[in-house]
Ligand binder design. Structure first.
Ligand code: PSU
Ligand code: MN
Length: 338
């Protein structure tokens, strides 16, 4: 019936999806190269809250061993909210929804070759039996496939500075039009053109929602970017309701929930931003800005260097914060569904 179709679309946890999940997890029989961690599968099939986490941050975003420690810590933070974490990545050409500790260690190992995977890279990486870290775009895809409704990370990709000429626009943005997932982040990275990123999200029809009693769109290291957005949600329940009604209407897009970095890091934000500008200028002078998917990791590493690790502390703080907020939203979402 129509009502039932709607329910299937918006819960993501009802019969057809169950069937899809079980097909995916019996990979030996079906040959589909996805493994869902038993803990995640149990949570999904019993309607428990689940939050996905990405791995490009581990493979290309943070230095070793902070990357590994952070990956493990974010899982613990999600757990402490009552949600089940599902860290997503690619190991030996198989998509993993929920990683074992040794798999996370393998992705975090700087001596191993891992690739950065956005949508276009997924199938080639699988064909090559590669290991890879999933960007927001790839993580959104696999979250949607598994029926995970909330995904927490640091910063969404976006329109790069000069993107109107270079057309360097992250695949993350389009992915939010086809994955019904709430992406919880501290906005977009301040290495980007934030104004154009917001314009593009508007064109794509993706809700951009500030989290808290503010309409300021955060800029990763700072609580304010100078841009405001038309909507905010004040608490996890309101965020969950937004995602829930999007699903009830059968809208297939996701939403960006922008959570500002904790207040304590605000003062440092301005100083970091100055060095972000320097890093962006350097990338234009040395040609890095024209090197496709290498640009973002290069800029993040350069900013960490210029700030003598100061940006790293802020990055970790905002990641912990979004993992916690994501966990709380997923808990409320599960209550709405069940
Ligand atoms: N923000 C960070 N660290 C990161 C990223 C974002 O603080 O590592 C990653 C995310 O995985 C995001 C990706 O999806 O960078 C965007 O890369 P690009 O700009 O090449 O699309
Ligand atoms: Mn790019």
């Amino acid at each position: 019936s129509w009502a039932r179709c709607i329910r299937v679309v918006h819960t993501g946890y009802t019969v057809p999806l169950q069937r899809r999940l079980s097909r995916l997890s019996t990979t030996d029989r079906s040959g589909i190269p996805i493994d869902i961690h038993p803990e995640v599968e149990e949570a999904l099939s019993s309607g428990k809250p689940v939050v996905s986490l990405e791995t490009t941050l581990i493979t290309h975003g943070l230095p070793y061993p902070t990357n590994l420690e952070t990956g493990l810590e974010l899982e613990q933070i999600v757990k402490s909210t009552g949600s089940i974490p599902a860290t997503i990545g690619v190991i030996d050409g198989r998509v993993k929804i929920g990683l074992e500790k040794r798999e996370l260690e393998r992705l975090a190992d700087p001596d191993r070759k891992t690739v950065k995977l956005s949508r276009r890279d997924i199938a080639p990486a699988l064909a090559h039996k590669a290991d890879g870290g999933t960007t927001c775009s790839a993580t959104l895809i696999f979250s949607a496939l598994a029926g995970i409704k909330v995904f927490a990370t640091g910063g969404l990709g976006g329109v790069h500075r000069g993107g109107e000429i270079s057309m360097d626009v992250s695949a993350d943005l389009h992915e939010l039009t086809r994955c019904p997932v709430g992406l919880v982040s501290a906005g977009v990275k301040s290495i980007l053109d934030i104004g154009r990123t917001l314009e593009y999200l508007e064109t794509l029809g993706v809700p951009v929602v500030a989290y808290g009693k503010t309409r300021d769109f955060p800029a990763f290291f700072s609580r304010k970017s100078g841009f405001t957005v038309p909507w905010n949600v004040e608490d996890p329940l309101q965020a969950a309701k937004l995602l829930f009604s999007q699903g009830q209407l059968g809208l297939q897009n996701g939403a960006l929930l922008a959570v500002p970095i904790p207040h304590e890091y605000e003062a440092k934000g301005a100083e970091i931003q100055r060095l972000v500008e320097q890093a962006v200028m350097e990338s234009e002078a040395n040609g890095m800005s024209k090197r496709g998917k290498e640009v973002t990791p290069w800029l993040l590493a350069r900013v960490a260097e210029l700030t003598k690790g100061g940006s790293l502390a802020s990055n970790l703080a905002l990641l912990r914060n979004t993992a916690s907020v994501g966990g709380q939203i997923a808990v409320q979402y599960a209550k709405l569904v069940n």
